[in-house]
Each structure stands twice: as C-alpha cells, then as structure tokens.
Ligand binder design. Structure first.
Ligand SMILES: [Fe+2]
Ligand SMILES: [Fe+2]
Length: 193
C-alpha cells in the first residue's frame, strides 16, 4: 500500500519499545518538522492555491500531533530533549540534483515529503502492533492512519503539478534509493533511525 521497497527490520520495534522516551522526543520533533515543511511550502509556492489550502490544514494537523506527543511526554514524566540530526531525511534530501526550475523543485519536495510520511506510517504501524503498552500502541495506530493520508496527498499533488510519467519515474527511483538508505538503518532509537 505504501510502495516502500524494503520493510523495516522487525527488531527495530523492540529497540523502540525499550527506549520509549527517546522515541517520543524524536517523534515530537518529526511532527514539528512536518508542520514546518507545510509552512515552508506555503511561503515558497503561494501561487499554488490548492496546495496552500491543503498545507494550511496540514500545518495545523501536524502541530496537533506535536501537542499530542508532547502531552504524552509530560504525562509519562519525561521532558523534551534537544533535536537530533535525522540522517534519514538528510540522505533523502541529497537524492535529487540541486537547481532546476521552481516547478521541478516543487515536485522533488513533494515526493520527499510523501516518502517521509510513508515511512513514518510504516514505523507507526510496527509500533502499534508491537508495543507492550497497549494504550501507546493505540495512539500509534491512530497516527498511522493520518500519516497514510498525508502520503497519498503529497503524491497526488506531485502528479497534479508535474508530468505524470516523469513524476512516477522519479517516485520509483526515489523509492529504490530509499530502500538502499534503509539497509543501514532500523537499529536506532529514533523514528527513522
Ligand atoms: Fe503527523
Ligand atoms: Fe504527516
């Protein structure tokens, strides 16, 4: 359903379950960055009205997710720590060549955002199935559904604003690259690690 070419190593859920404070803090930052991405797309592409409308709703929704995760951090007696570099996202951003037209840059940004949503969705599904804390598992199940919708929305916009055939080829190439990146990941106590 998500098109991902390499599933996460199931042992990652075990690592995550044993380091839940690290996971929640990293997750909170992921939500905050998702909101930032939506705002950045609004600022960079104001003439794409449909995108601006969707990104306005998305920024609110992602900050809502941030609040949910942050509240949970506080309720569990933890505190937000500092943000850490997300190697996964850094690598994905290096995939498409820099430069090109604004429209091309938009397509690349939409595809990368869609992929991050897809992988996050897959990770949340694993957490929802594997966590021993059943209440937390349910929390991840609900978020999984939201991120699946975001993944399809970003892909839909990329196909709407770009040539369908070119976009689909780029998406496939990106998925292939992501599978290579994933081979080195899946063993850290972070959402994409
Ligand atoms: Fe989210
Ligand atoms: Fe999202």
């Amino acid at each position: 359903m998500l098109g991902l070419k390499l599933p996460t190593d199931p042992r990652w859920a075990d690592i995550a379950g044993k380091n839940i404070e690290d996971i929640l803090v990293d997750h909170a930052y992921c939500e905050q960055k998702a909101a930032s991405t939506a705002i950045s797309l609004i600022v960079t592409y104001p003439e794409y009205s449909e995108l601006v409308t969707a990104m306005t709703a998305l920024a609110r929704e992602e900050m809502g997710h941030f609040k949910m995760v942050h509240d949970r951090i506080l309720n569990m007696g933890f505190k937000m720590g500092w943000d850490r570099k997300d190697e996964y996202v850094i690598k994905l951003r290096e995939f498409f060549p820099k430069g090109g037209s604004r429209a091309t840059q938009l397509i690349h940004r939409l595809l990368i955002a869609g992929l991050i949503e897809a992988r996050s969705c897959e990770r949340f599904r694993l957490l929802s199935e594997e966590l021993e804390d059943k209440e937390l598992a349910k929390f991840y199940r609900d978020l999984m559904v939201s991120e699946a919708n975001h993944y399809t929305m970003f892909l839909k916009f990329a196909r709407k604003y770009g040539d369908r055939e070119i976009v689909d080829q780029k998406w496939d190439d990106l998925l292939q690259f992501e599978a290579e990146v994933m081979k080195d990941l899946g063993n850290k106590e972070s959402i994409h690690g």
